[in-house]
Design a protein around this ligand. Structure first.
Ligand SMILES: [Zn+2]
Length: 745
């Protein structure tokens, strides 16, 4: 009997816990249509988190939207930017729900909005309403979905916020979508967190492929050798039943040998959390185009993020000469879970250079000098394609003597590693037939990570030469050994930013008797410290760089170089293009960049633009002149290519209704509308467009996605002549005007 009571109490306790967890609301789905999503809560957006869900409207506008619960309209916004037309409904339970990018509201709210536009004298409004002024009952129509504001296509952006207006995960508070598909784990990365950290012998971040065992289990086949403090990161996404997109995951839990070392769950968020986005997501891998990786460790004190468990650790350490089992659990909101398992080992990874190699026509013989039996692995690399790497089988001729056949140009670079008894792979070495009669060419680049800087020399066509790096520092030359890390690349040791203080020149020399100089470049950079502001010029005053304290978490090297870029299709490049670095470290604050503009050329429509190398496109940056007009100033939040461009093309009007000199019946002219396009700098906002009808300025709607202007006439036009005046200005001040009369008959 006692036992039964105990069970009963347990059931009540479980019920209670369950209800309090999901708060037991039962909201309606906000769109009167089948449940379809394009994005979930907390997905990454450029520089921020997605604070709601995106409900799919299948490329169309005009889906009816409904009140998900009883409430009143507490706020209305209209704008050509961000959320566009937005309705805020405060519910009886105190939560506020946000419907964004609407096409229009109900006729009653639309009338209120028109009145508010007149009251504020503009289209961009953000108006708070009194409690219970406009009430809605659960299921009432509240408006229609659309594509207003900053959108990439029609959809409903929907948010649920708590009493303090902080975003909640809608799937935690009464909305749900059926889902029985587990998340997919794509790959894992290991991030070195210290100068001395190494992953398989390398101090640079490494990506590992995962192998799918079944629907929910993934593994990394090879044991990974790590030294020093490291962090794991995972690239994963969720799939939802009957939904065709990839979605963000809901939570992660990481176990190291049965101990939880990291966990997070996107239950809620604070608006300030977006500032910490790149402590939770990996920045350098994203900048290299490798995808979005969730950090599985806390960074720079981001335990304060509302969704990260406070007990999470800021690094992973493996004891010397031991193995550690890692299990990464990734789950979605419906509780579907996937696991990634891997083994880490702490031990020294070395190169096995102890062999001799001889080429004979298309074959090659490799002889290891060792009493112990060697297990080698060979790969072929391509001299003309740095992404080519293929495993090649070998023949064992005798003890530690191996033969590879069919080696043909250009896949004739042999990559050699060995596997130890415990299954650990050595670092690769590279061999090819001597071709040192060819001139070695290549280029130097710097890779600045949070844990240090590498100087890399990449050969255009791989040689067999070994290289030495020489830094000119305070007019003295210092040489550093370089190591071939791949068929094409020679890496320096890892430097601290302070190691590059006053380095003015970098050169690479081949290790031949006379140390031939292969490549030389000037270095223009300065070191900035987190506890100080900075203000310095580079490249003979062509650039001025200013920044605040704590722009970076650690001491950082900022440098710039000239770079050749293709000319913009529209507009004229003025002066040179500059590459500002670092680009692999997130900027916590904007940096002020000033670019010199030559005195003899004073363009009227100039601005700084940044160049997207991948898309070969230039993008406008808000710019202004400094006090003595020697430099154009902009604010930057990442290392990019920047240049000054002068653009003189004014915006273009089309599809104007009513047409200038046209004749219409009054009943046919219900609105003034046209399309407006500006190809290069673009139009910033509706404030840059003016419409006057019969000498009176009207307040119109601007849909920046469709590039359409629309002014619904408030009254029937009188018979006779009417005057229309339209003016539009692009971001660099090019103006288009259209004016004239039309007739109402
Ligand atoms: Zn959205």
């Amino acid at each position: 009997m006692k036992h039964k009571i105990h069970n009963f109490q347990k059931i009540i306790a479980i019920c209670f816990a369950f209800c309090s967890l999901i708060q037991c609301q039962n909201y309606l789905w906000p769109v009167k249509a089948e449940k379809a999503l394009t994005a979930v809560f907390a997905e990454e957006r450029p520089g921020r988190y997605h604070t709601g869900i995106d409900i799919r409207t299948f490329g169309e506008i005009g889906y009816p939207l409904q009140a998900i619960e009883n409430g009143y309209v507490s706020r209305i916004q209209t704008s050509s930017k961000k959320y566009g037309k937005t309705l805020y409904l405060t519910l009886e339970d105190g939560n506020t729900v946000v419907y964004a990018h609407l096409d229009h509201f109900t006729p009653e709210i639309d009338n209120l909005v028109s009145a508010l536009h007149q009251y504020y004298g503009k289209f961009s409004i953000d108006h708070y309403l009194k409690k219970n002024e406009y009430k809605f009952t659960k299921g009432d129509l509240i408006g229609y979905s659309g594509d207003t504001g900053g959108v990439s296509g029609p959809h409903l952006h929907f948010e649920i916020r708590d009493k303090n207006q902080q975003p909640l995960n809608p799937f935690n508070v009464g909305l749900s979508i059926p889902d029985n598909i587990p998340p997919v784990i794509n790959s894992m990365a290991i991030i070195p967190l210290h100068k001395n950290s190494k992953i398989n012998g390398i101090s640079e971040e490494q990506i590992f492929k995962v192998k799918k065992i079944n629907e929910t289990e993934f593994i990394i086949m090879d044991t990974i050798n790590v030294q020093g403090s490291i962090g794991l990161a995972v690239n994963a996404f969720d799939k939802i039943t009957n939904q065709e997109f990839n979605f963000g995951i809901y939570g992660i839990e990481v176990h190291q040998d049965e101990e939880i070392v990291y966990s997070m769950k996107y239950d809620n968020m604070k608006w300030i959390d977006s500032k910490e986005l790149y402590t939770e997501k990996n920045y350098s891998l994203a900048r290299k185009g490798k995808g979005k990786y969730y950090h599985l460790f806390t960074r720079h004190g981001n335990e304060s993020l509302s969704f990260i468990n406070d007990n999470s650790k800021n690094k992973l350490m493996i004891n010397e000469n031991t193995f550690s089992n890692i299990s990464i659990k990734v789950f979605d909101h419906a509780g579907n879970t996937s696991f990634l398992k891997l083994v880490l080992h702490n031990g020294l990874v070395q190169k096995n250079n102890n062999y001799s190699i001889s080429f004979n026509k298309n074959n090659c013989l490799i002889k290891f000098d060792s009493k112990e039996k060697i297990s080698p692995i060979f790969h072929l690399n391509n001299k003309l394609d740095k992404h080519y790497r293929k495993h090649v089988n070998h023949i064992t001729l005798e003890h530690n003597l191996f033969k590879i056949e069919n080696i043909n140009y250009p896949t004739n670079i042999i990559e050699i590693s060995t596997i130890s008894k415990s299954g650990l792979k050595s670092m690769p070495t590279f061999s090819m037939e001597n071709n040192n009669h060819e001139k070695t060419i290549g280029k130097i680049s710097l890779k600045h990570y949070e844990h240090g800087i590498f100087i890399i020399f990449e050969e255009k066509i791989p040689s067999t030469k070994e290289m030495t790096l020489i830094l000119k520092q305070n007019d003295q030359l210092h040489s550093h050994a370089m190591e071939r890390k791949s068929a094409f690349q020679h890496y320096s040791q890892i430097f601290s930013p302070n190691d590059l203080k006053n380095v003015s020149e970098i050169s690479v020399h081949s290790n031949e008797i006379n140390m031939t100089e292969i490549f030389k470049t000037n270095l223009h950079g300065k070191i900035v410290y987190p506890d100080s502001m900075f203000n310095f010029s580079l490249l003979d005053n062509e650039l001025i760089i200013k920044g605040d304290k704590n722009t970076f978490h650690d001491t950082t090297f900022i440098w710039a170089n000239l770079i050749d870029v293709p000319k913009p299709k529209i507009g004229t490049l003025i002066g040179k293009a500059y590459q500002i670095q670092p680009r692999l470290i997130p900027y916590e604050k904007e940096i002020q960049l000033e670019i010199n503009i030559s005195k003899d050329y004073f363009p009227n429509h100039a601005s700084i633009y940044y160049y997207n190398e991948k898309k070969n496109t230039w993008h406008y940056m808000p710019s202004s002149f400094n006090a003595d007009s020697t430099h154009l100033i902009t604010k930057i939040l990442s290392g990019e290519i920047f240049a000054i461009i002068n653009e003189t093309q004014p915006p273009k009007f089309s599809n104007l209704i009513p047409e200038i000199n046209g004749t219409y019946f009054a009943s046919d002219v219900k609105h003034i509308s046209f399309t407006i396009e500006d190809q290069f700098s673009g139009i910033d906002a509706e404030e840059d467009i003016i419409i006057e009808l019969d000498g009176k300025r009207v307040i119109f709607e601007y849909n920046s996605y469709q590039k359409k202007i629309r002014y619904p006439l408030k009254y029937r036009l009188n018979v006779g002549k009417h005057k229309l005046y339209i003016k539009a200005k692009d971001r660099v001040g090019n103006i288009s005007i259209k004016q004239g009369n039309f007739i109402i008959k």
